[in-house]
Write a protein that binds this ligand. Structure first.
Ligand SMILES: NC(=O)c1ccc[n+]([C@@H]2O[C@H](COP(=O)([O-])OP(=O)(O)OC[C@H]3O[C@@H](n4cnc5c(N)ncnc54)[C@H](O)[C@@H]3O)[C@@H](O)[C@H]2O)c1
Length: 416
């Protein structure tokens, strides 16, 4: 039986643990968060894409711990820790470097190490291999090292780990082949690239592509707002072109752990090569402006009926960063709530996926009870389980930032 080690049991690491356990591997996982380790021991999932029943069915095969020593017996170790930005929007590699240093302390000859955390090209070779060498073992000679970016899209059911092609670049040919054999257990298609750098950059290209295109359509949304043209009608019409156009939706800004963060890993790295990644920076700037634009629009909607934001009761519907999930990370809804509160609005929210927002002191309220009391309902995230028809029929005034009401022509409904 193969033993697979996983460092970081979050959105990426836990689904991987389940996938390998399903293929009869023994999984030894390490996370610094004792609550997660305890939850795994109780077979309780804290990730929406992983069912607790799956953990119960596979419980025998997944062992979680806060200690790295358990990784010594693994054939392969997958690193899935966060790669955030610092306050100054520079890559914060500290979780990745800490995890790598701790792994070096237990690394064994013959092991395979694969990094899945999103990062800039050069990290695996220049930053991680030297740290792992502190074990006395050399990457490519005594142990194998590769980079394979996670492409999971939380909440998605049509493309999951198994049928999403997995990109992989090894430090040496042998490193790549070993990693390929491992991932073939859980992925149907492996896409080999020549180096870890190519694999690292592939992931960044995918996210930058989305960020730039979302920024473009968001910029158009701000222009069409001035011009009095319906952006949703324009996007729907453009998307009928059978070639040469790819649909992206405007919205209140970008959220999640990836799109608002990853592109800046490349722009930071590009500066070392005397290059300014202007598309990336510009896209970030436009997308960061969107919550301000949305709050300004809310102000106009209230103004039209003689109300000010100060003292207005605003019900925000949907606070997670995207539909169908409860992930609040970098969610534009948080910025919107903050801006509304700064201007004196009384903000409440409804979100079937988010019971409370601790740092804002808010708890989700029942939609049917909150609707009649709200001066303005702001649809920030359009969860499929929310009754948007009820919102437009019972809400006094509605501002829809996601276009879910685009087929509705009602006096009380305005859109981004
Ligand atoms: N969430 C996504 O949709 C997604 C998709 C593709 C790629 N990624 C990338 O995958 C990586 C992980 O993202 P995530 O969303 O799973 O993050 P996460 O925050 O959900 O999980 C990371 C886990 O690592 C643990 N951790 C942090 N430092 C540690 C350390 N030194 N040792 C052991 N455990 C440690 C944390 O406690 C946490 O449980 C990031 O680089 C991210 O960019 C995420």
């Amino acid at each position: 039986m193969r033993t697979v080690g996983i460092i970081g049991l979050g959105y990426v690491g836990l689904p991987l643990a389940v996938a390998f356990a399903r293929e009869d591997c023994e999984v030894v996982a390490v996370d610094l968060d004792a609550r997660k380790v305890e939850a795994i021991a109780r077979c309780e999932s804290y990730i929406e894409d992983v069912a607790s029943e799956d953990l119960r069915a596979l419980g025998e095969r997944i062992h979680a711990s806060t200690r790295y020593s358990s990784l010594a017996k693994a054939d392969a170790v997958l690193v899935c820790v966060p790669t955030p930005l610092t306050k100054n929007r520079e890559p914060d590699l500290s979780p990745l470097l800490d995890a790598t240093r701790a792994l070096a302390g237990v690394l064994q000859a013959g092991q395979l190490v694969v990094v899945e955390s999103t990062t800039y090209p050069g990290t695996t070779r220049e930053r991680l291999a030297p740290l792992l060498a502190e074990s006395g073992l050399t990457a490519g000679r005594d142990f194998n090292l590769a980079f394979s970016p996670e492409r999971v899209d939380p909440g998605r059911t049509d493309f999951v780990l198994r049928n999403t092609p997995k990109v992989l670049g090894g430090l040496t040919e042998t490193c790549a082949q070993r990693a390929r054999e491992l991932y073939e257990l859980v992925c149907e298609t492996i896409v080999m690239v020549s180096t870890p750098e190519a694999a690292e950059l592939t992931k960044l290209l995918e996210n930058i592509f989305r960020s730039v295109n979302i920024a473009l359509v968001n910029e158009l949304a701000m222009i069409t707002d001035r011009m009095g043209i319906d952006i949703w009608e324009v996007v729907d019409a453009a998307a009928t072109k059978p070639y040469g156009f790819m649909r992206f939706e405007p919205g209140p800004g970008m959220g999640g752990h990836c799109l608002p963060v990853d592109p800046f890993y490349l722009s930071w790295r590009a500066r070392e090569f005397d290059l300014a990644a202007e598309f990336i920076e510009l896209a970030g700037k436009v997308n960061q402006q969107m919550p301000y634009h949305c709050v300004a629009k809310a102000q106009r909607v209230l103004n039209d009926v003689g109300l000010a934001i100060k003292g207005a009761r605003v019900l925000v519907v949907g606070v997670s960063y995207k539909a169908g999930v409860g992930d609040l990370r970098e969610s534009p809804a948080l910025k919107i709530i903050e801006l509304l509160r700064e201007q004196g609005a009384e903000v409440s929210y409804h979100d079937p996926h988010v019971a409370s927002i601790g740092h804002l002191g808010l708890e989700s309220v029942a939609l049917d009870r909150a609707l009649p009391a709200a001066d303005l309902v702001l649809i920030v995230t359009a969860h499929p389980s929310v009754d948007h028809e009820l919102i437009v029929t019972q809400g006094r005034r509605v501002l829809d930032l996601r276009g879910v009401t685009r087929r509705t022509q009602r006096e009380n409904v305005a859109r981004l």
